[in-house]
Each structure stands twice: as C-alpha cells, then as structure tokens.
Ligand binder design. Sequence first.
Ligand code: HEM
Length: 729
Amino acid sequence: MEKAQQAIMGHGSDKINDLAQETKEMTSSARLTTDYGVKQTSADDWLKVVSQDKQGPMLLEDPLGRERIHRFDHERIPERVVHARGSGAFGTFTLFESAEDVTCAPVLTDTSRKTPIFIRFSTVLGSRGSADTVRDVRGFAVKFYTQEGNWDIVANNIPVFFIQDAIKFPDVIHAGKPEPHNEVPQAQTAHNNFWDFQFNHTEATHMFMWAMSDRGIPRSYRMMQGFGVNTFTLLNAKGERHFVKFVWTPELGVHSLVWDEALKLAGEDPDFHRKDLWEAIENGVYPKWKFGIQVIPEADEHKFDFDILDATKIWPEDLIPVRYIGQLELNRNPDEFFTQVEQIAFCTSHIVPGIGFSNDPLLQGRNFSYFDTQLSRLGVNWQELPINRPVCPVMNFNRDGAMRHTITKGTVNYWPNRFEACPPASEAEGGYAEYAEKIIGIKARARSAKFKEHFNQAQLFWNSMSPIEKNHIINALSFELDHCEDPVVYTRMVKRLADIDLGLAQTVANMVGGEAPTEATRPNHGRKAPNLSMSDFPPAKPSIASRRVAILVADGYDAVAFNAVYAALTAALAVPLIIGTRRNKIIAADGTTHITPHHHLEGFRSVMVDALFIPGGEKSVKTLSQSGRAVHWVREAFGHLKTIGATGEAVAFVEKAVGLDGQIQVSSGDDLLESFGVVTLRATKPDSFGEFKEIVKGAAGFVPKFFELIAAHRCFAREEAGLHSQVAF
Ligand code: HEM
C-alpha cells in the first residue's frame, strides 16, 4: 500500500503518475486468478486422473496448469544486441539556466519545469547475465519525458566512439563480442579479434585509449560522466542553428575501481554496480549530474583542425567550454525490472522541437538502427509500453500490429479525411519543423578530409593523463594484449602504440612481447586539454555519503571505538558494514555489549567496500591476527589503495598484516598518524575520535582524518611510492 502510494505521491512526476495507472500491488487480500481473471483454487497440483494412492496421469485439459507453463516458456525476450547488461532508475531533470539564446526547446529554456527522466546504465559487450565490473564502455541512456514528446540522449561514459560511420558498427561489435568459433570470451575485449580490429581500423585509436583508461572500470554508475558523443544541433526562436554536444558530470566526482578489484568483483559480486545504484537511491543519497552543452555556431563549423561531425573526436574544452545549465537527479528505483528497465527502449532519432540532427554519419546510422532493433526486440507497438509512452498525447494514423493496446475511436484511419480529424500541427501549435539546410552534392561513399586524421586526439588524451592514469593505461594494454595468443595481433598492436607515444609503445612491448619500436612513428605534439583526466573532477563538496566502510570485529572488540566510528559513519550517510568472524552475536571487551554483524569474513570481501576500520580490543585483534582471511582483508584493501583505519591493539595488527618493514608509519601512543592512507591511533580515550561535522582538509581527530581520506576515494600516493605492489593479496 505504502509503495502504491509512493508510486502516486513519491517523486510525483508526470511519468510516475502515468505509470501508476498500470501498477498493481500483490497483497494478501488479492486472490490468485488466471490471466483471464478466473479465481483458482490451487497453485500446486496439476489436474490429474488419480487412483486411490492419488497417483495418475495429468490431464491436458487443465487450463491453469497449461497457462502457467505456456507463460513461463515465453518469458524471455531477445536481449539487446549490444548493451544487454544494465540497470536503471527514475529521476528528474531540472533546468537552472535557460538556453533560449541557442534553442527553443522548452525542456532547455523553461526553468520552471521539472522533466521526468529514466536513465539506463549498461555495459556494451556482455550478455544480460554478465558481470557489471568488466572493462568496457558504459552506456548512459537518458529518456526525457518532456511535454513535447520523448527526447532520448543515448549516451556513453566516454565522449568518443570506435567508428566514424555507422556502416562499420556490425564490424566493431562482432570484433569485440565473443569470438564466433567458440563463443569466448564473455564481456571482454582481451582477445585476438578485438585487437586485430583495433590495429586494422585506425580511426578507433582514440577510443581504445579511453577504454583502456580507468574510465573503462568505473567505481559506480554514480561516478561517471555522460556524453551524447554525436553532434546534434539546436535551433532557436530566430531560426539560427548551432552545433551541440551534450555532457553531464557527477556531483560525486569521477572515480574508478582498480583493475584487480574489478576482476575480483566480477566473481565475488557480479551485480556490484546494479546494487550500488539501488542502495544509494534506497538510502536517499540521490545521484546527481550537472548537465551541460558545448555549442558551436553554424558559421564556425570549419574553424577547427578536426571535423566537428566526427564522433571519434572530442571538442576540447579549452576551445569549446561546457556550459552547465541543469541537473539530472535519480531519485526512485524501479518497481519491476522487466517492465521498466528491460522494456525501456531508446532511439537517437527521438528529438523534440528546438533540437535537430547533424550530418554526423554515425548519428545518421544510429537514427535508423535503434528504431529498427526495437521492432525485433519488443515488437511494432513498443512505444505503447508503459515505460516508453510519452506523457503528452499521442495521436496519429499508425494502426494495428501485434499487441496493439490503444483503442482509437472513429471511422477514419487516414489523412486527409472528410472530418479533418487529427490534422498535422502548425509550428505555432508546436509542430516539429526541420531546419531548411541547403544541400547540393554528388552521391558517393566518401568522408571529409579531416575524418582521415586518427592520432592527434589519441595523443592529446595520453598527454592529458596524470602519471598514475598513464600507468593504468599501460597496465590495461599489457593485460589485454597478454590475452591475445596470436603474435600477429600483439606485435602489430605494440607498433601501433608508437603512433601515440614512444614510451608507451616500448613499455607495453616489453611486457607483452613483440619488437619494441625505437622511434615514434608520429612525433607526439605535446598538447594537453583540460577535463580529460579524471583527476580534473574533484567533487565541489567532499563527501563520504554512500561509501561502504567495513568494520572488522571479533569477540572482545573495543565497543567505545566501534560505537564512535559506527555512529559517525551513519551520520555522514556512509554505509557501515560490520564484518564479524561469524554472523551471530559478537561480544565486546566489556563482556556485555554486543553487536550482530551484517556479514562474516568469508561471506563478504574487501573488494565490496571503499574503506576498512578495525577497532582495538586485545582478544578481538588476537583472533583476527590468527585468521588468514582477516589478514587478507587488510592486505587486499591496502593493495587496492583503500583507506584503512585502526585503533588500539589493531594498529600493530594492521602494521604486521601489511608488513612493509617500516615503510608505513603507525601511531605509537596518543599520536594520531596518517601514512599512505593508513590512519592509526594506538592509545584511545573516549574523546579521541573527534566529532564529525563536515569533511575538511587537515581535520584533527581520528574520525575526521579517516573520513577525509575516504572522501579522496583512493590513496594514489601509495601506488606512486610503489608500496601496494610489494604486498601479496
Ligand atoms: C556514438 C556512438 C554510440 C553510443 C553512445 C551508443 C550508445 C548506446 C546505448 C547507451 C545503448 C543502450 C540503450 C539502453 O540502455 O537500452 C545502445 C544500444 C544499442 N545501440 Fe548504440 N551506441 C552508439 C553507436 C551505435 C551505432 C553506430 C549503432 C548502429 C548503427 C548502435 C546500435 C545500437 C543498438 C542496436 C542497441 C540496442 C538497443 C536496444 O535493443 O534497446 N549504436 N547504444
């Protein structure tokens, strides 16, 4: 009942209210019926001809039995041909600043509006049941249910694409998906065919650098940027046209997993991103993104050394700054996965008046592809499905087809008709008017000259990375090419890297085999651009909200330290997770206080949290130090650059577990010490934890220091000093 009410009142958008008409509640007062509405007396036994021992053959006559099996047999629909694995949520788009100078679309000019949205996140290559944390591009598709009709930005978390022309899409996807002879590997680019294609198809070079960067293994969907990738156009009331790219940036900053963590999560918690999104929304920590536009006046189309219609190129922000004008917020989880997340269908061709296409040849092909694929995935009437239907009236002469819902009254189904029923709208009435673009040309399979340059921006991207990000790209390429068994593939690919940077090519060649190039095939131009490195996006307000923090305990733990940290984490809207030696009650050192852990050491693993705290307590710490699994928790968290906090007797435990012979400093008394993301305080008093108010730099007290480090996401100084790689985990 509460949920039904929430569905109506909840984040009360037009779309939620629309869906409420279609939403049913399963309650104890409801009774089991067939699909045709007849109440059923049994859910357990098929109708049979029975003898006295109640055994006997089943009767085909039983409509309930047959209906149950029929319906089950046909439950699956084809999964998406790409982006099959995903999850999503409802939310709101709020406009802060009118963009009426460039567009007349009310969704981008009317600041009093709140537009309902649904966002679906996805990986690209894996099938529907594959793991969330694989290295891949992430889909970031947004449906705006505007008053003028649905507007879809079918975006990714990477601003460029592998191909310039849609005709190549089947090739790039075939090359990345499991190989055709043995259907291996699942949801991976680390195989011969993917890298064979990357070598042979040089326009993909810029994109594969992004995919090999940390952007390919996000910590959370909530910590990724979104990019519309393709070039669209905006039309203002004066009839002027601008080229536009859409981009949005998360409030929480842009953060990634580390590779070993991503690999392990794929096995230990394959639903990691799906659960993360769900948990944050359930806890009221709503993910938010600043929504922006990059705009180029029509007259400036040819002013750049790249073609602004080429989807393998970014528009560098020092040349074309992002103008942030609004906010996307997710604030409501779906009620049912299938009817909402699986059945939602996006189309790049869905635009509203004030927004138009460009001659971007990737976009033009996408405009055909999405609509077409929805026909085979969902059927011709897919736009009538509750999640897909607009919140404004739909009225036309499209008719019939499988699963048609709408009942349209009247005697005519064509235009023009003698009743003047349902005429086209005038522009003044909000009718979509195409921009009158002058086109004179010859019919040819051709691309503009600037499309043929494939390496400048790959270099720009590489040059703009921080040293740590560069290391991670080298490691990613070294991993991927190590999985290519065919020497032709990896020896050619390392040569290709010399088109980007000689040092990069030499280091990777050394790791994966193949002749290390001795000179750059193409000198590095040395240019950089802002906002390509993930480190360019620190959150405006540091926060640990929604961060998962494990607290490791055994019998005899220090309840004062535990309570102080647990309460502070809760106050900071983080998610404290008590990890015990067992899930049954754990008794504190005082012999009376106790807690019930959320998980036990074997059931949960350090990869599922952002940070670790171990309170003192002689007996508890002794038990933990004798547990190989507990030691592994500490080492793995250290190896994955996570903040580790320890107090009392746990300080010595952490020092020993990490075992770096004094390379990290720990507290020896009442001195609070932070060393490479390890915060320790050996001698604690009830007031030594410090009070949590807000996260500030250089705060005093154990808790504020611990939180400051967690808010920084990971301790990269540990990696820079080469400490994490000395620890076995
Ligand atoms: C700029 C490059 C591209 C981006 C950013 C992109 C993004 C996406 C996203 C986010 C989805 C998942 C939608 C969802 O969540 O349901 C998707 C699905 C899909 N994309 Fe793309 N894509 C790109 C290029 C292409 C091209 C060039 C084609 C074909 C010519 C294509 C065909 C498809 C198809 C068929 C689906 C499955 C749609 C469904 O079944 O619902 N994409 N794409």
